[in-house]
Design a protein around this ligand. Structure first.
Ligand SMILES: Cc1cc2nc3c(=O)[nH]c(=O)nc-3n(C[C@H](O)[C@H](O)[C@H](O)COP(=O)(O)O)c2cc1C
Length: 347
């Protein structure tokens, strides 16, 4: 297996994105967010080999399989990558153990808020810890727990989301927590925006939807085809019908799976009312629905009945490209944006 050479940055960009590069140990401060069923060893290792930063998704995987994924990724790249663990997944603690035992260099906590002891455990293994922040108070708490960096993710993002948009979070989090590197996610599809975010103080960015369009990404061709045609406004978020069944919103393209999810929530609420299920089991059923449903679309290609998780940035992607080309475009656009800013400042 020959390892591809990394995509080069430019001297101007290197000056502004040093903090993110140093934190990640990559050539570009561009993370490919973990995507359950999609972020496999091939995509993650290629991302890192090409100079960006891959993140392996633990999702709801059996622990042995996740351990194999970590080993397989390591066999394919000597560059840094992260493991992403979902705190509400049944195998979460086993996933965390695997990353700590194997001394994976970066650990991303996703899902809900990790315990301080879990963050500490990751740090004790030598890993750098990244935590999602979808409000200012969560950002403060994660820094207090010892997070080494934050992923500020706005509600434009694909998959499970918070309630607040990226633009508001930039002001609430990015401008107020200079002590740790902050990677911005949600709605980003261009190098131009990444350059502007870094000028605002971000360490770098994380994208998901744009990377689904990589030729080398294993998502089913029908999944990618829908992304090509979709408009931003078709990536909608799910509602919560009652506080009795708290659910994390999911942003996905509207199809039968979104309707079925509404029906599932109503059925579960009725079962809760009748005492046929408890709240924890009902919430577990909700998560199980998404994991199975995403697999149906992204792996099996059933784009009607499966979940088409996508960010609003889906409206900005319109073709499948080799990953190298995507990253080269990101660097080119970011560099152009920087030159444009300089021209404006000098005018
Ligand atoms: C299909 C899909 C699956 C995702 N799965 C996960 C996941 O397993 N864990 C996680 O932390 N984030 C997950 N995300 C969120 C991404 O990692 C990333 O933060 C998000 O896509 C950024 O927004 P964007 O889609 O506008 O680029 C997923 C996103 C998509 C589109």
């Amino acid at each position: 297996m020959t390892t591809p050479s990394p995509v080069s940055s430019t001297p101007a960009l290197d000056r502004i994105w040093r903090r993110g590069k140093e934190f990640l140990g990559s050539e570009l401060p561009v993370m490919c967010g973990a995507m359950t069923w999609i972020s496999d060893p091939q995509l993650v290792s290629l991302m890192s080999n090409l100079g960006a930063f891959g993140v392996l998704a633990a999702g709801n995987m059996p622990p042995e399989l996740f351990a194999q994924y970590v080993d397989d990724t390591r066999a394919r790249t000597s560059r840094p990558f992260a493991g992403n663990v979902i705190t509400i997944a049944p195998n979460y603690l086993a996933h965390l153990d695997i990353l700590c035992e194997r001394r994976v260099g970066h650990i991303v906590f996703a899902g809900s808020i990790p315990r301080a002891s879990e963050v500490q455990k990751a740090k004790d293994s030598g890993a750098k810890v990244l935590c999602f922040a979808s409000t200012g108070s969560i950002a403060a708490r994660m820094i207090d727990y010892g997070a080494d960096a934050l992923i500020l993710e706005g509600s434009e993002a694909g998959g499970h989301i918070g309630h607040v948009s990226t633009v508001v979070l930039l002001q609430e989090i990015l401008f107020n927590f200079p002590s740790v590197p902050i990677f911005v996610a949600g709605g980003i599809a261009t190098g131009k925006l990444i350059a502007h975010l870094v000028l605002m103080g971000a360490a770098g960015a994380q994208m998901g939807t744009r990377f689904v369009m990589a030729e080398e990404c294993a998502a089913h061709p029908r999944f990618k085809d829908v992304f090509i045609r979709a408009r931003a406004r078709e990536a909608i978020s799910t509602p919560q019908y009652s506080a009795k069944l708290p659910v994390v919103s999911v942003r996905a393209l509207n199809n039968h799976a979104m309707e079925h999810f509404g029906e599932l929530q109503l059925q579960l609420l009725e079962k809760l009312r009748l005492g046929e299920v408890n709240r924890q089991d009902a919430q577990f059923k909700v998560e199980e629905y998404w994991v199975g449903s995403l697999r149906r679309a992204a792996v099996d290609g059933d784009v009607e009945e499966g979940s088409l998780m996508a960010g609003q940035s889906v409206g900005l992607v319109n073709r499948v490209q080799p990953l190298r080309e995507i990253l080269e475009e990101v660097v080119f656009d970011a560099d152009q944006a920087l030159a444009e800013v300089r021209r404006r400042l000098d005018a």
